[in-house]
Design a protein around this ligand. Structure first.
Ligand code: NAP
Length: 328
């Protein structure tokens, strides 16, 4: 078995204390935060900047040089610059030959450009080895040390050795690299930070729609109808009774929606006589958000418990008041 295979290397991170110099292009928010973290982890850091002179914002143990000078000092160069400013890198092609360029950039919109930023960088500097990493980590989390919730760093690249070098740095920073394969995966990785609540949209909109429907149904049946036909005012139902009726209905409806796609999928498989065929897109999406639907159902059930506990308290308070009046 090849000892250099990625699996073996992933289990055996470099243990040597000697850290190689890391170069960072760009002294912006992310460049500075990453530089600071690298220095803390024992890496010598050199910044490549358009303004190659020290400033109070830049970590004091780091050097600041021009891009060309800084690139010569390190085998790994982290490009902490927005994609639209990559053009100048083409003029550094010779200096960057064989170097590992780490693309950390994100976009403002999903699929903003025809190719991923990392692919664009690889086309601009074909003699370098491009690796995509760090784009899902925020500068603020790096700086404040609040990385607990986002320790995973997605990594992809076509050159296995270059990817391993970057993954070693990620481990040394106390983060967890997740190998996502070749550079083609960069497009998907670049879309991750832009996907807000990826599978939550449907469950949330569905719950809001159903809640509104049941609320208006109860409003008409329990408050408007008695008011119009019997001239009775039950508007106080709005506070507790109606929400307490809607919550269990919603919990049960959503729970049914969690199990229904599984049943439909089974019927489709039986009808087709095979389980090796694709489900329709709508069923696929529905099945993917079952966990979220279940969690919303649980939230409604919990609310029902709270409301149910409130009702006896309300009766108790009323009983105390009446009791006091009677005794007076
Ligand atoms: P930033 O604060 O605006 O810094 C960008 C840096 O790029 C500047 O400080 C500048 O460095 C350099 N630059 C700007 N225009 C340039 C040009 N025309 N030519 C060469 N260099 C130029 O941005 P940032 O927040 O650090 O983000 C940098 C990259 O990291 C972006 O691609 C972003 O998507 C990615 N990222 C950021 C975060 C975050 O939390 N901020 C998280 C993940 C990924 P010099 O003045 O030193 O030349």
């Amino acid at each position: 078995m090849n000892k250099n295979s990625s699996n073996v290397m992933a289990l055996v991170p470099k243990t040597s204390n000697k850290r190689e110099t890391v170069c960072i292009f760009g002294t912006g928010d992310f460049g500075r935060a990453l530089g600071h973290k690298l220095i803390q982890s024992g890496y010598p850091v050199v910044f490549g900047s358009r303004s190659p002179w020290p400033s109070s914002l830049i970590p004091k143990d780091a050097e600041v040089l021009s891009h060309a000078e800084a690139a010569q000092k390190a085998a790994i160069i982290i490009i902490a610059i927005q994609r639209q400013h990559y053009d100048f890198l083409a003029s550094l092609e010779e200096t960057l030959r064989g170097k590992v360029l780490v693309d950390i950039s994100n976009n403002l919109k999903i699929n903003q450009y025809p190719e991923s930023n990392a692919k664009y960088l690889a086309q601009m500097v074909p003699s370098a080895r491009v690796v995509k990493a760090f784009n899902t980590v925020s500068a603020w989390a790096l700086q404040s040390g609040t990385l607990d919730a986002s320790r995973q760093v997605f990594v992809c690249g076509d050159d296995t050795e270059a990817k391993q070098m970057v993954m070693d740095i990620i481990r040394a920073l106390g983060l967890t690299p997740l190998d996502q394969g070749s550079l083609s995966a960069a497009r998907e990785i670049e879309n991750y930070p832009l996907q807000l609540f990826p599978m939550w949209k449907l469950p949330i909109f569905l719950s809001l729609g159903l809640t509104a429907f049941f609320f208006f149904y109860c409003l008409v049946r329990d408050i408007i109808y008695p008011y119009v036909y019997e001239n009775k005012d039950y508007s106080f139902f709005l506070a507790i009774s109606i929400p307490n009726r809607i919550c269990p209905i919603m919990a049960l409806v959503l729970l049914a929606l969690v199990y229904l796609p599984g049943v439909l999928a089974a019927i489709i498989q039986l009808y087709r006589g095979t389980k090796y065929s694709r489900f329709p897109d709508w069923l696929d999406k529905w099945m993917l958000c079952r966990k979220q639907l279940g969690l919303v159902a649980l939230a409604f059930a919990s609310l029902h418990v709270i409301y149910t506990l409130v009702i006896p308290i309300r009766y108790y308070v009323r009983w105390r008041i009446e009791d006091r009046i009677i005794s007076q």
